[in-house]
Structure formats: C-alpha cells, structure tokens
Design a protein around this ligand. Structure first.
Ligand SMILES: CC(C)(COP(=O)(O)OP(=O)(O)OC[C@H]1O[C@@H](n2cnc3c(N)ncnc32)[C@H](O)[C@@H]1OP(=O)(O)O)[C@@H](O)C(=O)NCCC(=O)NCCS
Length: 220
C-alpha cells in the first residue's frame, strides 16, 4: 500500500470515529509536488469535490454541488469539505437526519505565527492544562475546530464569524481524541443556542489534526 493510500485510510478512520454513524466520510490523498499555486489550488478543489461525490454516493444522492461562497449541497443532503496540503476529505448525510456538518483537516504543524489571531489569553491558559498532542499544537487544533464550527454554523446562519468571537474548551476522552465546545465572547447576530446545539469532536495523529462539527435533526 502506498503512503498516499495510508494517509487517506487513516483520515477516513479518524473522521468515522468523530462523526455519528449517519454521516458518510470520504478522503483522498493529494500528491505533493511543485506545481504553480493556481494548479495546486485547482487540484485541491477537485479532490475535495471528488470526496464530496464519494460521500454522497454512499448515501445514493446525486452529486450536484453548486459553488460559492460555500458549496450548495443537494437539497436532500448536508455536507462539508476540507483540504490541506496532502489530503482532501468530505462528509455528507441525509438532510432528514442532519441539519448541518462542518469538517476540517490540517497538516500537523505547530501554529505559532498568527496564533494570537485565533486564540485569546483564556484559551492559552486552558492549553497549559492539556497534554501535548502527537504533533502540531493546541492553537492549530483550535484553528481547525473553529473552522469546522464555522462551516457548520454557516449552513444555518450564512454569517461570517471571527476566530476571537468564541473561546474553545477541549475535553480529552482517550489519547489524542475528544470533544470540544465553544462559548461566545461577545453578543453575535446568530441564534443564542447555536453554540450549544453544535457538537464538536477532534482527533490528532502524527501527521494531521481532524475536527468535526454537526447539528443533528431532533427526532419528530
Ligand atoms: C471558509 C473557510 C472556513 C475555509 O477555509 P480553508 O482554509 O480554505 O479550509 P478548507 O480547505 O478546510 O475548506 C475549504 C472548503 O470549505 C468550504 N467552504 C468555503 N466557504 C464556506 C462557508 N462559508 N461555509 C461552509 N463551507 C465553506 C468549501 O468547500 C471550501 O473548499 P472549496 O473552495 O475547494 O470548495 C475560511 O476560509 C474562512 O473564511 N473562515 C472564516 C473565519 C473562520 O473560520 N472563523 C471561525 C469563527 S469561529
């Protein structure tokens, strides 16, 4: 098995462990090479779209996605896409079961420069109480978790939010995996209970961090 296959299989397994069973997960590795930035961007976008089609195929939903700013999923599906330098992934679920999904993956490199744009002092104090991650650092995981949260909430509110609008708390359920919750730091033009409604999970290994956010539809 190639290193690329291993990366994608590891990602699928990590993401399956984060989302509820109703959520279909797909991932594809992306070859690292020296193409021009625009070609790389196109390849990443194509890989993300192929993952979305893979995830929708599991649900037997026709994979027609419209673009911009967020992809518009088929009316009977909820979904989310992410890509980082060597990996793309997508998640999808039946809209009858899930209101919104957010997924994010990042290559596990410590976020140092710019960490203050993502994390406040209370969050940095919280990280001091947590064990080290296999790779990367807690600010990187915070960046990823807030992106997953952002994508999930956007499907409901259509609102742009700032990283510092929320403070994160990580719980650790097993080595390098757990739950996260976000608490707003100021009044925001989104429903008050949204941060409570969204479930957040994270996992990390030596190569990537993976974050998941979703809102399930209450049983009728
Ligand atoms: C939209 C955003 C989250 C995407 O970040 P990114 O670094 O390109 O990350 P990813 O590769 O993980 O995700 C890109 C995919 O997200 C999806 N996406 C883009 N905008 C989106 C939105 N508003 N809502 C949901 N998904 C969105 C797209 O599928 C996109 O891939 P594509 O352009 O190839 O189709 C980021 O650019 C952004 O604008 N963030 C806003 C600030 C924020 O996250 N605040 C946190 C507040 S708590």
């Amino acid at each position: 098995m190639s290193a690329e296959d291993t990366t994608a299989i590891k990602a699928i397994s990590a993401l399956r462990g984060l989302f509820p069973p109703a959520v279909a997960v797909a991932a594809r590795s992306i070859a690292l090479d020296a193409d021009a930035p625009e070609a790389i961007r196109r390849r990443h976008r194509r890989s993300g779209r192929l993952c979305a089609a893979d995830a929708l195929a599991v649900l037997a939903i026709s994979p027609t996605l419209r673009e911009h700013p967020a992809p518009t999923w088929p009316s009977d599906a909820a979904g989310s896409i992410s890509h980082c330098e060597d990996l793309a992934c997508a998640v999808a679920a039946q809209a009858s079961q899930v209101v919104a999904l957010g997924v994010d993956i990042e290559a596990a490199r410590p976020l140092i420069e710019g960490a203050e744009l993502v994390c406040g002092d209370a969050e940095l104090d919280h990280f001091d109480t947590l064990p080290p991650l296999p790779a990367g650092n807690w600010p990187l995981l915070t960046f990823s978790a807030k992106e997953a949260f952002y994508k999930c909430q956007y499907a409901v509110t259509g609102r742009l939010l700032d990283f510092r609008d929320f403070e994160i708390r990580f719980d650790i359920h097993a080595p390098a995996t757990g739950r996260f919750t976000l608490r707003r730091t100021r009044p925001l033009p989104i429903p008050d209970h949204l941060d409570l409604d969204i479930e957040g999970r994270w996992a990390a290994d030596r190569s990537h961090v993976y974050t998941a956010a979703w809102i399930t539809r209450p049983a009728p």
